[in-house]
Design a protein around this ligand. Structure first.
Ligand SMILES: NC(=O)c1ccc[n+]([C@@H]2O[C@H](COP(=O)([O-])OP(=O)(O)OC[C@H]3O[C@@H](n4cnc5c(N)ncnc54)[C@H](OP(=O)(O)O)[C@@H]3O)[C@@H](O)[C@H]2O)c1
Length: 323
């Protein structure tokens, strides 16, 4: 059973060994940093000169409800970084990476944890010579207050390469991430896995955000019932046009409904973002489906309509928190 690695004063000597840098000190970044070895894991600051402390302190509630005090350093130098985990939102990823990438050693693997699709390809296309990998994870973390992270559900993380140099380092990256004690596996068909998750998110998240409801409540809503078959047709057509193994619209719908039932009481990340006044990742989920469909000469009016409606939602505070 893995445990987060609490620490209040990292050893003097530990810092130089294989440091893992985390870009994006939000829910998921703090989760990984808490489980990875404390001496060799730190966060990349947005602006090092604005730091008031070289340490970041926070509390972690692990998946068994136990509390941990976590202390990790802010990394002011990146020249020794052996692995970069990018845990920003999809829409922030390029802008977050661009100012720091030249400070990373050329062989440093870059692992992208974003949900949806579009941001991963943008990074791989912009820096094709870099070892870029994508992660698809079912670990779940949320951040109910700024200094508190909750490991809401234990899951698995699949890692696969997006560039040629990424393929050469996949095993080494898995070994390094496995030091967290979390379940990490290799995935040769990472795009397929990301597509699978995107299809489920596309069929649940926008409905929960538009209807401002929990996952299970979409299943009986007229908005969902009126559009889910057409949405699954659009997804099936695009998945096939992408050259990925095909899925029937019925299979996609069954999968969406199964996940919505199994997570009936949960608030989706999209609804959570909208409730907290944060930008949603709609452009990388239904927005991505609509854009890619257009590029490939396919119609995706339902995905487009859902993306348009989510973009116009006005955030409002809600006492229910996401999980
Ligand atoms: N949370 C989960 O359980 C989970 C599970 C699977 C996948 N994911 C995916 O992982 C990604 C991150 O999710 P999350 O829930 O951790 O989001 P989050 O809590 O919003 O964390 C994102 C973090 O990135 C930081 N950031 C943004 N721009 C930055 C920059 N230029 N430099 C440095 N840091 C920057 C943000 O800082 P500010 O807050 O200061 O803007 C924020 O702390 C998303 O794509 C999500 O879909 C999350």
């Amino acid at each position: 059973m893995p445990s987060p690695q609490s620490s209040s004063s990292p050893s003097q000597s530990g810092y130089g060994d294989d440091p893992v840098a985390v870009l994006g000190a939000g829910a998921l970044g703090r989760l990984w940093a808490a489980y990875l070895p404390s001496e060799t894991t730190g966060f990349v600051p947005r602006n090092a000169s604005a730091l008031s402390s070289f340490k970041l302190n926070y509390h972690l509630e692990d998946d068994r409800g136990r509390e941990h005090d976590i202390v990790r350093r802010w990394l002011t130098g990146l020249s020794g970084t052996s692995l970069l985990l990018v845990t920003t939102k999809a829409g922030d990823t390029l802008d977050a990476l661009a100012p720091i990438i030249d400070r990373l050693p050329a062989p440093c693997p870059i692992v992208l944890f974003q949900n949806g699709l579009g941001s991963q390809q943008a990074v791989a296309e912009r820096w094709p010579g870099r070892p870029v990998l994508a992660a698809s994870t079912t670990e779940a973390a949320n951040r109910p207050t700024p200094d508190r992270v909750v490991h809401a559900a234990r899951g698995h993380t699949w890692i696969g390469a997006l560039t040629e140099t990424g393929a050469a380092v996949t095993s080494a990256v898995i070994r390094q991430l496995a030091r967290s004690g979390l379940e990490v596996r290799g995935e040769e068909r990472i795009l397929e896995r990301l597509w699978g998750k995107l299809a489920v998110n596309a069929g649940i998240n926008p409905f929960t955000a538009i209807l401002d409801c929990r996952n299970g409540d979409i299943l009986t809503s007229p908005l969902f019932l009126d559009h889910i078959d057409a949405l699954c047709d659009e997804l099936a057509n695009l998945i096939e046009a992408e050259g990925l193994p095909s899925h029937s619209p019925r299979e996609l719908r069954d999968n969406i409904e199964r996940v919505a039932r199994n997570t009936a009481a949960n608030t989706s990340s999209m609804r959570g973002d909208f409730q907290s006044g944060r930008a949603t990742e709609i452009d990388y989920i239904n927005g991505y489906v609509a854009r890619r469909s257009r590029e490939l000469g396919l119609a995706a009016p339902v995905n487009q309509m859902l993306a348009d409606r989510v973009r116009t939602l006005v955030p409002h505070p809600n006492p229910e928190r996401s999980s």
